[in-house]
Ligand binder design. Structure first.
Ligand code: GDP
Ligand code: CA
Length: 340
């Protein structure tokens, strides 16, 4: 049994994993079932308490996408959703009226909150929710502790003052990342730890993939959880990433604003340098960039990272499956023990 472990944010991570599963299914159809287990470690830094409920955007995006329940057009939330409960909550003047909580989605948050209140850990709750959705992967939250990404505002806006900390989702969804920020802070990180399940999924993997997810607030947050970086540094598995930036711009979402805040160039090379080569204290052995960024290949080798270029727009399942195949090819070239 081969094991692939993926460190994922929401939409970018979920779409990539869907392509990875399609690639593995195609390989199995051709050469017989090779029995590959995929584990996805999801960012939970975007989680929040809202209307008394624990909301986990990235876990749910992955679960709904792989389980066939996602709204395909927007890439998150449930298909066929209605907003009647949210309208009622707004009528009471409560909650965040700029943050969509659909009626079907609320069902998930209610069940999750119910189980957490009964004393279950988020890892167990996620496993229980996935028994319904059957995402075809083992889905793990990065931590059972509450870690919530906040941003510090560089200027005042609405009811907030310059210097205030607000939840990342407020900056992202309410302000469309359009207000300058001075820093990202993971509130609760000092008391959090990677779960034993996460450490085991990294240590015992044959290949680790960092998909095209937001490098600062998705992958960066997972890497910041105590225990994760060390596990990545010491695992025998090759670690291969795919660039979330193509030709100097985030493909979807607002990764550029996040990179700018942390002082990193919003380029495929900038993100690779942020992650760093495993041989030099970072986490990467290999890095897949879009063909548009092939000019960075020599610089990447200078960093000590094995590079390759391929089309990286996840426009359809075939292109995305081909991306997964390329990433696994880099893994094999870095570590001949890891071929899948
Ligand atoms: P979020 O949690 O929903 O923001 O999703 P992720 O963190 O997993 O991924 C968001 C990032 O993925 C975006 O900011 C983009 O940089 C990247 N991304 C999204 N779609 C694509 C794509 O088709 N190709 C590539 N290379 N990157 C993508
Ligand atoms: Ca997210």
């Amino acid at each position: 049994m081969k094991r692939i472990t993926v460190l994922a944010g929401g939409v970018g991570g979920a779409r990539f994993v869907r392509g990875l599963l399609a690639h593995l299914a195609a390989v199995a159809a051709e050469s017989g079932p090779g029995a590959v287990d995929v584990t996805v470690i999801a960012n939970t830094g975007d989680d929040m308490w809202l209307n008394g409920l624990r909301v986990c955007p990235d876990l749910d995006t992955i679960m709904y996408t792989l389980g066939g329940g996602v709204d395909e057009n927007q890439g998150w939330g449930r298909g066929g959703e209605t907003l009647r409960a949210s309208a009622e909550i707004s009528a009471y003047g409560r909650g965040w009226d700029w943050f969509t909580l659909g009626d079907l989605d609320l069902g998930t948050h209610i069940v999750r909150t119910d189980m957490l209140r009964e004393g279950a850990k988020l890892t167990q709750v996620t496993e229980a929710l996935c028994r319904r959705w059957r995402p075809g992967v083992r889905l793990l939250p990065m931590s059972d502790g509450q870690v919530e990404t906040h941003i510090r505002l560089a200027r005042e806006i609405d009811e907030h003052q310059a210097g205030d900390l607000i939840h990342f989702e407020e900056w992202w969804v309410r302000y469309r990342a359009g207000v300058p920020v001075t820093e990202f802070i993971q509130v609760g990180l000092d008391q959090a730890a990677a779960t034993p399940e996460v450490i085991e999924a990294i240590s015992s993997a044959d290949v680790i993939i960092i998909p095209p997810s937001n490098p600062v607030v998705s992958v960066g947050t997972i890497l910041a959880v105590p225990g994760v970086r060390n596990a990545l540094r010491s695992t025998a598995a090759p670690v291969v990433g795919l660039s979330p930036i193509i030709g100097g711009a985030a493909v979807r979402g607002m990764a550029e604003q996040c990179l700018e805040t942390v002082g990193v160039d919003a380029t495929a090379l900038g993100v690779a340098s942020l992650y760093g080569a495993r041989s030099r204290g970072g986490v990467l052995d290999g890095w897949l960039m879009d063909n548009a960024d092939a000019e960075y290949l020599p610089a990447l080798e200078d960093f000590g990272i094995r590079g390759s270029a391929a089309p990286l727009w996840m426009t359809d399942i075939h292109t995305t499956a081909a991306m997964a195949s390329e990433a696994l090819a880099i893994a094999s070239s870095v570590s001949p023990h890891a071929p899948l």
